[in-house]
Ligand binder design. Structure first.
Ligand SMILES: *Cc1c(COP(=O)(O)O)cnc(C)c1O
Length: 468
């Protein structure tokens, strides 16, 4: 067959518009929406035919078949255009702060507040008492100070931004002393030495990889020293022969030479994690109490709030930071502030277990057992003898570069199918209407109930049913 002869057999837009399935969609969603899918579908088929011709392929092609394919593709594309690209997935990986899956889920109060404030106008930068221009940070400053004991506070887009901003404002063109053991890469290309170079501050590394002493810092101090910096090693853990200098010691040294001390805590822990059976983690309050002049941390790691970079500390430094031009470039938006204020109010009311991240970390073995049994029973019904479903003991991780190496005992439901391998099942579930992300261990596909809500249990088994 000739190239043009084949291309003439492609269905016309008007033909597809006459199809019953398209007409039904048009009635519901309008002509524009269906036209986009139809045109794209025909284009895609034309392209693949052209490519086939280039390769010398010239089979007989029937008009009816082309039309059928174009229709199917148009319906698929329509569905794709109609759903959002960024959308809900079920996190059945057991990793509580999964950076690829959006880190911290927000508590309901935060969502309500976003809806209430962002669907209309707000006093974002308006002082209602005075009727004059206000500051966006004012909405969370008091809560942050009350909870942490800080003198002053501000918030930017994320913690990487917070570190860059503080170093730029307080140390550009000068020296910052940091231990060699803390020159870490956090992931997503955040490397402490690189961020420092970007800020214009000069890095002065002291000590060795595993041990740094206060005398190492003292020897490096000169008239050009702007900051003593401590960075939480986050996703990286030392074991064996190692030690680092405490903030308290750095502060004494700082006082002696008149140099401020900064700590980048990474994960902003506001509560004592040992109460939930987790290993101790330095809290924001402790860092400030020990004397840190500036503390930075993320809003969406162990704090359990929206993506944000929180900067706390002495008023004179916060004031100086606010005046730096980068503050405007890294400015926090109103949706974030709505969510953050709601989350901070929960901390302030002394009920951190109402925050999803905290709730998942402290989920009891009994509750997980109950949820795993319920999920297993639903799945058993769903797969109807196509394989086996089992509740097993396993461990989940905190994730997000927080508490590395900590293993939380958990319950998972394992699915083994006779006809579908674990990789294929994982792939199909990623493509489901509501994607379900699990993990594979020893050739089994696992759904970890730690990170699943009660609603997720039901949805996940529906999705398994839909892909089999
Ligand atoms: C995670 C982390 C950062 C980056 O925080 P983001 O909020 O992800 O930008 C910076 N420093 C440390 C120590 C961290 O753990």
């Amino acid at each position: 067959m000739e190239r043009n002869e084949v291309l003439r057999k492609l269905p016309k837009v008007s033909e597809l518009l006459n199809e019953a399935s398209i007409k039904a969609l048009e009635e519901k969603y309008g002509r524009l929406a269906v036209l986009k899918a139809i045109r794209r579908s025909i284009d895609e088929i034309r392209c693949s035919l052209e490519k086939a011709f280039e390769k010398g392929f010239s089979n007989n092609i029937c008009e009816e078949e082309l039309k059928k394919e174009a229709l199917e593709r148009a319906l698929e594309l329509f569905e794709k255009y109609r759903t959002y690209n960024l959308r809900k997935v079920i996190n059945a990986t057991g990793v509580v702060l999964h950076t690829n899956l959006g880190r911290a889920p927000l508590p309901e109060e935060a969502l309500k507040n976003i809806l209430e404030v962002a669907s209309g106008y707000s006093n974002l930068e308006y002082d209602l008492d005075e009727g004059t221009r206000g500051e966006r940070y004012a909405h969370v400053r008091e809560l942050l100070c009350e909870i942490t004991g800080a003198e002053d506070a501000m918030v930017v887009n994320n913690n990487a931004g917070a570190v860059l901003l503080v170093l730029s404002a307080l140390a550009a063109g000068r020296e910052v002393i940091i231990s060699r053991g803390q020159l870490v890469e956090i992931g997503g290309s955040f490397r402490v030495p690189e961020v420092m170079a970007q800020s214009g501050a000069r890095l002065v590394e002291v000590g060795t990889t595993n041990k740094t002493h206060i005398a190492d810092y003292e020897r490096a101090i000169n008239e050009n020293t702007a900051l003593l910096l401590k960075v939480h090693t986050s996703n990286f853990k030392f074991i064996g022969f190692w030690s680092e200098v405490k903030i308290r010691e750095l502060k004494s040294l700082g006082l002696k030479y008149g140099i401020p001390v900064m700590e980048d805590l990474g994960s902003g822990v506001l509560v004592d994690l040992t109460k939930f059976g987790l290993p101790p983690e330095p809290t924001v309050q402790e860092s400030l109490e020990e004397g840190a002049d500036i503390v930075t941390f993320s809003g969406d790691k162990l704090l359990g709030g929206p993506q944000a970079g929180i900067i706390l500390g002495k008023r004179e430094f916060i004031e100086k930071i606010k005046r730096h031009p980068l503050t405007r470039a890294l400015r926090v938006d109103k949706l974030t502030l709505c969510a953050l204020e709601a989350v901070l109010k929960i901390y302030s009311s002394g009920e951190p277990e109402r925050i999803p991240v905290i709730r998942m970390l402290m989920k009891s073995p009994q509750e997980m057992e109950k949820h795993a049994r319920r999920l297993a029973a639903e799945l058993q019904r769903t797969i109807q003898g196509k394989g086996t479903v089992e509740v097993i003991d396993d461990v989940s991780q905190v994730g997000g570069g927080s508490l590395p190496g900590v293993e939380l005992p958990t319950k998972a439901v394992s699915i083994q199918l006779r006809e579908v391998g674990p990789d294929e099942l994982a792939r199909r579930l990623r493509m489901a209407r509501i994607p379900v992300i699990g993990r594979i261990k020893k050739d089994r596909f696992l759904l970890d109930v730690r990170t699943m809500t009660e609603e997720d249990l039901k949805t996940a088994s529906e999705m398994v049913g839909s892909v089999l």
